[in-house]
Design a binder for this molecule. Structure first.
Ligand code: IPT
Length: 456
């Protein structure tokens, strides 16, 4: 008999979203040409003029790095539109670029399609150019632009409702806009903030530095999203008894700024920093939204692409061999043959280990095929069944009797889609996962131990 779900559970959009693990963000717009991050909306459209825009170059980087989804800023708070919107003159159609016949959204969507990348859109709710901002007329304007973007550019997988400067926008505004999204693109994930809290499929993580909390629950109380200024900790860590399932998306830029500035060419985050960010986001039950600022030419600079390649190399080479494979595995509270603990190391998401309903705790012991040296742990719950385990620790042993705690993996709380831990290498013949607290019997589909490769 299958275990029953407990607490809030993800919808189909959220399950798809979690599997992306990393999403690319592209901040490219008027600010790129004025060397700004927060333009006031007064810059002349003539200034927008990429000399060699090539969205294929962007998506090639992602394809190579195994990043399956990308979100383009179509309009930032300066109001300039990267596509020739029928609803404003403040757009590419009045730029020098391609004599006003260019369309960045179109080129982006086409490149995504060609490279099998899921396209998403940031349509800035805040607008410093349009004088109607905050009025019902602005709601109409924004709704028209949303329809334009969601009708004419193929499938859109995420819409990003930045809370920056958006306090004037009421839930009524967002209710209408969310209707548009749901009607036109039912699979589209909503990044929701402040007054769009009710429609949020994923939440802000409370910082722009690339880290989720420890723990990091996918659940939260909706008011914590709405009143974000007073709930940064809740955004960062989630809430164990939160009434809504709204996991964290970790937005961070590979450079200090969101937009390109030549003076930041030597400040691209190092591979070591990106590796930390990966563990602190993807490794903490969250999705990483990693920003790339294309330059004035309309290209991603080589150093940013090299760092991305190196990050992917690290991910692939760390996780290619689960050293727990081939172990003989026993658990204390078996549920039955279908939920055998061997399912934890079969590299399949559709076969699970589940404990008996009578217990919320458990101990799962892995007797390894031989002594193994490892420095990374991976745990994955079956998210469809809700957050179940709320306390866990991992120990290792050379004889199966004397156990040594891994301090970094002791007294842990959440698991969720994926939880990773790094520590100094240990050598063991036995490893055990102690589930010390839970809301219901544990249900996990993966447990792994890995060794990080030596730096490339
Ligand atoms: C911050 C917003 O307040 C928040 O709602 C979210 O959109 C976030 O940005 C995205 O990074 S404002 C920022 C200056 C911290």
């Amino acid at each position: 008999q299958a275990p029953k779900p407990v607490g809030p559970v993800p919808n189909a959009r959220q399950i798809e979203w979690y599997h992306r693990e990393i999403i690319a963000f592209f901040h490219f717009g008027m600010n790129t040409f004025t060397n700004d991050n927060e333009g006031d909306g007064k810059a002349s459209p003539q200034l927008f003029n990429p000399t060699a825009l090539n969205c294929k170059q962007w998506t090639n980087v992602l394809k190579k790095a195994g990043i399956p989804c990308a979100i383009l800023v179509a309009k930032h708070a300066d109001g300039f539109c990267n596509w020739p919107s029928a609803h404003t003159d403040y757009s590419v159609k009045n730029s020098k670029w391609k004599n006003g016949r260019g369309d960045v959204v179109k080129e982006f969507a086409a490149a995504c399609k060609a490279d099998g990348i899921k396209a998403g859109i940031y349509l800035g709710p805040h607008d410093r150019h349009d004088s109607r901002y905050g009025t019902p007329a602005y709601s109409d304007y924004y709704a028209s632009q949303l329809s334009e973007l969601l009708r004419n550019y193929g499938p859109i997988w995420e819409i990003w409702w930045d809370g920056a400067g958006a306090d004037k926008l009421t839930t009524e505004f967002y209710t209408r806009w969310a209707d548009t999204v749901r009607r036109l693109q039912p699979q589209c994930v909503v990044f929701g903030t402040k007054n769009s809290y009710r429609f949020a499929d994923c939440r802000w993580v409370g910082n722009e530095s690339g880290f989720s909390g420890d723990p990091c629950w996918s659940t939260i109380n909706p008011n914590s999203i709405r009143d974000e200024a007073d709930h940064i900790k809740e955004l960062n860590e989630g809430e164990i008894d939160g009434t809504a399932y709204v996991p964290a998306e970790v937005d961070v830029s590979i450079r200090p700024s969101w937009f390109y500035h030549p003076e930041e060419d030597n400040k691209v985050k190092s591979v070591a920093t990106l590796w930390d960010i990966y563990f602190n986001s993807v490794g903490r039950n969250s999705v990483l939204l990693l920003n790339y600022p294309p330059n004035k030419e309309g290209l991603i600079p080589a150093v940013d692409t090299q760092r991305t390649d190196s990050l992917r190399w690290l991910i692939n080479n760390t996780f290619k061999t689960n050293l727990a494979k081939g172990a003989s595995i026993r658990s204390l509270h078996v549920r039955g043959a279908k939920y055998n603990p061997a399912n934890l190391v079969d590299n399949s998401e559709s076969t699970w280990y589940a404990g008996s309903d009578a217990f919320t705790t458990d101990t799962i012991t892995f007797q390894l095929a031989s002594a193994k040296t490892f420095d990374v742990l991976k745990l994955q719950e079956v998210i469809e069944l809700g957050h179940r385990t709320t306390g866990w620790s991992v120990d290792y042993s050379m004889d199966g009797k004397n156990w040594i705690a891994i301090p970094e993996a002791t007294g842990k709380q959440s698991i969720g889609y994926k939880w990773l831990v790094r520590f100094r290498p240990v050598t063991a013949t036995h490893v055990r996962l102690r589930i010390t607290a839970g809301k219901a019997c544990p249900v996990l589909h993966s447990f792994g131990i890995y060794k990080q490769p030596k730096a490339s």
